[in-house]
Design a protein around this ligand. Structure first.
Ligand SMILES: Cc1cc2nc3c(=O)[nH]c(=O)nc-3n(C[C@H](O)[C@H](O)[C@H](O)COP(=O)(O)OP(=O)(O)OC[C@H]3O[C@@H](n4cnc5c(N)ncnc54)[C@H](O)[C@@H]3O)c2cc1C
Ligand SMILES: *[C@@H]1O[C@H](CO)[C@@H](O)[C@H](O)[C@H]1NC(C)=O
Ligand SMILES: *[C@@H]1O[C@H](CO)[C@@H](O)[C@H](O)[C@H]1NC(C)=O
Ligand SMILES: *[C@@H]1O[C@H](CO)[C@@H](O)[C@H](O)[C@H]1NC(C)=O
Ligand SMILES: *[C@@H]1O[C@H](CO)[C@@H](O)[C@H](O)[C@H]1NC(C)=O
Length: 521
């Protein structure tokens, strides 16, 4: 049973009379918010709610939304809006429980979304065509659940972290066949087995990195629920505990609509600077000077940077003085995964009727996950099907031409459907997140060498003037829209508090991250 949702506006817009902010000094603001994604917009809204309107969002692109990025695709008579970036509201709401704040915004702005079933709507293929190996798939799901429970136990016993690969091997899951490998790749679990807080998690497919590159402990908790604190999210509204659903945006205004509409409720044109790329951030005890690529300087008392960890890692934005060593180590210790959707449109649908399909190639990660959108409750008649690749495979195809990638993808379709003549697609597109200097990947992934003091440091402010927020600074929800939301909210509150009360308490940091068990006696 598939359902389709229109998330209707819950309340009418209240009749607040608009009071224009006092005219700002030319090129000076109390606060500059660098980056106009979810974290930046929510930080701005938080400042506004605390009575601070002398701020400006500086954004390189020509619209707000960041990694909520949609594109119109398809033949002239059949244009469809698809999502190049975020697509799901992951974890929604359980009855009267706390709601994912992204769900709340989506409801407020009437986003159209469909219930996504990661688990029971699956067709499986390999190099001989359609083959049923759902039993192997279900075994992989069970292994993943065991892995995360074992990860949670490691947290409680204060054992060191390791990679997901090590964890799998320890629990005896050693995938060797293509069926086992692709099932591990797409590992879904439903946690109602042991926890009432259901949230779905997947290794490569979700973390955009291989088990070798992913922290065992962090993958066990970030995705929901192993540590006792996370289990309690269900009850703690402030922690944003949500539940089992996954809603997939099919809104033809783009998923970004919910955040752009939210921004429109409080942002004025003077508070938004689009098409403005930050090159340098000079910071001192007196304030901040932000220099754009066109050499314009904007000064501020405070700055909140919301650039992705990938941008910070690659020196696309420079800091003056350079960030302290402890900050740089934290930034470089996090990893940025890449998650790439490859869209095809065909005149006629010839593929599976399930929401998902797996393709088991001999090479792990070769065009493994497929999704059809030409489905009754999604985008019927759209002729759209897409494949997802991640990590190194994403980097590989970003180096190839579109035509070369298209040829490979069509070859895989011929393998999956040996008795069908695969026609030429009427549209073909994939985004290059890894090479994009505004992102350098799709979302952060916690590697096993990244320890909790690193996390403290990735979040910490520098002096009292320079603050950091975004998906990548969220301990519990890194990689997700709601991670960006909570970080924008928290850092926005801290900066507002600093301006309003003079209480500018710094976040903690660790000057040197030491080993609890040194190698040298
Ligand atoms: C392919 C993909 C799929 C995803 N799927 C999901 C999903 O289904 N569900 C989910 O919850 N999350 C998903 N995510 C993650 C989610 O999109 C992010 O966690 C979230 O959007 C990050 O928001 P942010 O504000 O932290 O960063 P961003 O959205 O990156 O905002 C930072 C902003 O800074 C701007 N910027 C960068 N450099 C400069 C510069 N030098 N000068 C000026 N501006 C600059 C950027 O243009 C951007 O607008 C996905 C992401 C990707 C890429
Ligand atoms: C930003 O740049 C785009 C493309 O160059 C242009 O169409 C748009 O008008 C610009 N927007 C603003 C607000 O400057
Ligand atoms: C979690 O909730 C349970 C039951 O409400 C409670 O007993 C426990 O102390 C909580 N744990 C934490 C870490 O808050
Ligand atoms: C802009 O600010 C930088 C400091 O970051 C300074 O070196 C430069 O001279 C300033 N440029 C102008 C035109 O004021
Ligand atoms: C393809 O056709 C052959 C010969 O007719 C048949 O044996 C085979 O089962 C078909 N394969 C699929 C995947 O339908």
């Amino acid at each position: 049973m598939r359902r389709i949702f229109w998330l209707f506006a819950l309340g009418a817009t209240s009749g607040v009379t608009f009071v224009p902010p006092p005219p700002p000094k030319e090129n000076h603001r109390s606060v500059l918010i660098l980056g106009g994604g979810v974290a930046g917009i929510i930080a701005a809204r938080t400042l506004h709610e605390q009575g601070i309107d002398d701020f400006m969002i500086v954004e390189a692109r020509d619209e707000l939304g960041g990694r909520l990025r949609s594109k119109q695709l398809g033949a002239d008579n059949r244009r469809v809006t698809v999502e190049l970036g975020a697509n799901w509201i992951q974890g929604t709401q359980e009855e009267n429980g706390p709601a994912n704040p992204i769900l709340t915004l989506a409801r407020r702005h009437g986003l159209k979304a469909a219930e996504s079933d990661f688990y029971d709507s699956m067709t499986t293929y390999d190099e001989t065509g359609q083959v049923d190996y759902l039993n192997v798939f279900n075994k992989a799901v069970a292994d993943y659940t065991i892995l995360t429970i074992a990860g949670g136990e490691r947290v409680q016993r204060k054992q060191v972290d390791s990679t997901c690969r090590t964890g799998y091997s320890i629990i005896g899951a050693k995938p060797r066949t293509p069926h086992e490998m692709v099932s591990e790749y797409y590992m879904v679990r439903e946690l109602y087995l042991r926890f009432d807080h259901k949230l779905i998690s997947i290794t490569d497919w979700e973390y955009a990195q291989t088990p070798e590159k992913t922290s065992w402990i962090a993958s066990s908790w970030a995705s929901a629920s192993i540590c006792p604190c996370a289990n309690n999210f269900t009850y703690d509204v402030d922690q944003g505990g949500f539940s089992d659903g996954n809603l997939f945006s099919i809104d033809q205004r783009g998923f970004k609509h919910f955040i752009q509409a939210e921004a429109a409720t409080f942002l004025t044109p003077e508070q938004t600077l689009l098409n403005a790329t930050v090159r340098n951030i000079a910071h001192s005890a007196d304030g901040v000077v932000v220099t754009l690529t066109d050499r314009t300087n904007i000064t501020a008392d405070y700055a909140i940077t919301t650039f992705s960890i990938g941008v910070l890692q690659n020196d696309d934005v420079l800091f003056e003085p350079p960030l302290p060593t402890w900050k740089q180590e934290a930034i470089q210790s996090m990893t940025m995964g890449t998650y790439t959707k490859i869209f095809l449109q065909f005149a006629d649908k010839f593929w599976f009727d399930t929401q998902f399909a797996l393709y088991a190639d001999r090479e792990r990660g070769r065009y493994p996950v497929w999704q059809g959108l030409d489905l009754e409750n999604f985008m019927p008649g759209s002729g759209i099907v897409f494949a997802t690749v991640t990590g190194d495979y994403s980097q590989r195809i970003e180096r190839m031409s579109d035509a070369e990638v298209q040829a490979e993808v069509l070859e895989v379709l011929r393998t999956m459907f040996p008795n069908t003549t695969i026609p030429t697609p009427t549209a073909f597109f994939f985004p290059r997140w890894f090479s994009d200097p505004l992102y350098r990947g799709s979302f952060s992934n916690w590697p096993s060498g990244f320890v909790s003091p690193h996390h403290t440091n990735i979040r910490a402010n520098i002096g009292q003037r320079l603050w950091f927020a975004g998906e990548g600074t969220s301990q519990k929800y890194f990689g997700f829209l709601h991670g960006a939301y909570f970080e924008g909210l928290d850092i926005g509150k801290r900066v507002a508090n600093c301006l309003n009360t003079g209480n500018c308490a710094s976040l903690p940091f660790t000057e040197e991250v030491l080993s609890a068990t040194p190698y040298v006696a």
